[in-house]
Design a protein around this ligand. Sequence first.
Ligand code: SF4
Length: 225
Amino acid sequence: MRFESIEQMNSKLILCTRCPRIVKFRVEVADRRSRFLGEKFWSKPVPGFGSIDSSLLILGLAPAATGGNRTGRVFTGDKSASFLFSCLYAVGLSNKADSTSRDDGLKLDQLYTTAVLKCVPPGDKPLPDELENCRDYREFEIENMKNLRVVLALGKIAFDTFKGYLKGKGFDVSEMQFKHGVGYRVGKIQFYGSYHPSPRNVNTGRLTREQFINVLQEIKDNFLS
Ligand code: SF4
């Protein structure tokens, strides 16, 4: 499907029902999270957040069940969001150290955030055909980032999905291997990978605040103003 603008794409995106398994799950999961009983969940596809004119793209996996799927804004309202924004704030890429709701006054600097899959999948594990169904939305976003200089993929699925995008554009991606802090030059874009700031990675010490800030600081010092 071709879109005319990001705004027009988002107006279509939030109505999307292409993936039957996910459409069912994104609604049902709201009823299972007793911590939020009585709260109306967004339970729809979640658009990107930030200016599409930014130089840095942070690419996550998908909205979290009680994060983006609850609040309607990507990386908002869950522990991954709190970790991510505490680090973004530390290096001056956001005006607040947390992301809690769509009306919290959060602003991003030189940064656009989105996910490779726009709805929460069961078990945070999208099926290949679901990632394929969502391809035209994410690729339209990427191709509308006319000032894009740096991509930071959070986790292996986001990394491999962006790698697949680059391969589709004719770049040699055969040497690209996901690991934390890895960086590759691809044409005009610097492509980084990081462990996802999920509670599982943070609580086990797989991803520390220092490690994550180091990647953000390297990006800021070398590629942003
Ligand atoms: S995951 Fe993407 S393609 Fe599937 S229903 Fe959500 S927005 Fe549509």
